[in-house]
Design a binder for this molecule. Sequence first.
Ligand code: WTA
Length: 575
Amino acid sequence: MMNQLQGEVIAAVAPSSNLGDYETTYNEFKWEDVEKEFSWSTTGRLNLAYEAIDRHVDAGRGGKTALLYSDAERDESYTYEDLQLQSNKFANVLRNLGVSKGDRVFVFMPRTPELYVSILGTIKVGAVVGPLFEAFMETAVKDRLEDSGAVALITTPTLLARVKRDELPELKNIIVVGNDVPTDDGLTDYRSAMSEASSETEIEWLEREDGLIIHYTSGSTGKPKGVYHVQNNMIQHYYTGKVVLDLKEDDIYWCTADPGWVTGTSYGIFAPWLNGATNVVRGGRFSPADWYQTIQKYGVTVWYSAPTAFRMLMGAGEDIIAQYDLSSLRHILSVGEPLNPEVVRWGVKVYGQRIHDTWWMTETGAQLICNYPSLPMKPGSMGRPIPGVEAAIVDDNGKVLPPYRMGNLAIKTPWPSMMRKIWNNPTKYEEYFRIDGWYISGDSAYQDEDGYFWFQGRIDDVINSSGERIGPFEVESKLVEHPAVAEAGVIGKPDPTRGEIIKAFISLREGYEPSDELKEEIAKFVKIGLSAHAAPREIEFKDKLPKTRSGKIMRRVLKAWELQLPVGDLSTIED
Ligand code: WTA
């Protein structure tokens, strides 16, 4: 399993990083020492929003800029004290609506300061946050609100149209942010409620194992899973912010992820504010010019993004880079999909910086295997485990495999930010821990003799398109709702920019003929029903799809067709 790239090494760049010497720190590390840095280790009063925001104000740093926000229309700046007062107000708005500890409160809106204030205020009352992507359509929104039993939702007048209120009896309150808020029952105008609310509040003091956030994410079977995380996560958010993001006192940090994705909360909210950094949020869509402009405008020093974005920037070329001053950048990181060595080399050439790959998952809550400024980098490798975490390659019986053998990427349990349940689905939760003492990630990888991990692929059928996890089942279920579709099988097809794209194989019902118009219509049907990122970019009609005798579509065979590979064992196929 030797990777051809093995052997290429880019030297460490910052031996003076917060991590210090990796081997020494790794060997001497204890999570208890990190806990001592939180106020609750002495006061016993614990709430992540307090630690992220109010604690800095109490320590005299309230005037420091916490949030730099801009989009096409707005350009705003918020200090830690501003965020403290705003989130206090929002906590009071929620309390006035009867929201309390443990309730699920969802946010469904674009990145704006109000989104961040809503999330912090929700945490302050001890409720559990549920972030949704703005791109979600009716079915995707309903499935998640229904499964979690959400009692409140914060959204905008436009997105409100996608919320099927009559089918969600538990959803009692919707807070609407924007102009022209309708005055229906159950709707609250964010602005007027905020202007009436007091800026002082009683923070709900919690236990370490009390809920923090639910992120819905896709598996290969069934509907999306609600990955449930607790307050205790903050220990790892804080620590990885310090040693992986390498955040220091005067850093201007920009994480490009939306809070609908775990990267946008763990590293777009919690890690930077727990570390007292200045956090940049840029609204609107990706464009190379806009992104470089953002780095220049704010003097971004630490930048966390994803391989698809870096590949698109690479595609945009070097001429555009020459038009901006990017000299503030001192540390760049990536997450979500394999980071091509070519992209790392390009980063060194054009930004004068190594792009540091980091590996983790929604389920792991925070980074686990990473590249650090103080360690030599092997382009193509995800790096080495963070201090306090033991990772290994194990076979299906839990036997640890030697270097260069490919197997399950597994993490020794527990670690602070490990998910604590899959909402409403204990069976799914247990599947991750089926091998005693280990969390089984679903990724395959190998380790080299220096302890670096090398990603090889997913073991299941989960699709990773532009860093977003898409469950083939969810897409297939939507496809078969279309009147022309008899059966559908969905796979990830390799793509040079997006990593993978969604390809659907479809057999049609009687009376329907294959055509390009029908392909377009079906793709649009998924886009409108589920979300744009779940819509197949390619559709192929087949008379019949390969199925097991129990009627399960064999995606493995579809993939082999697509890649023109041998189809393997077909003993369970229907005929
Ligand atoms: C993939 C949350 C290669 C992997 C951050 C994982 C990666 C899944 C990397 C998690 C990486 C994430 N290199 N693959 N550095 N990081 N992945 O929960 O398959 O949306 O299991 O990501 O993304 O997806 P999730």
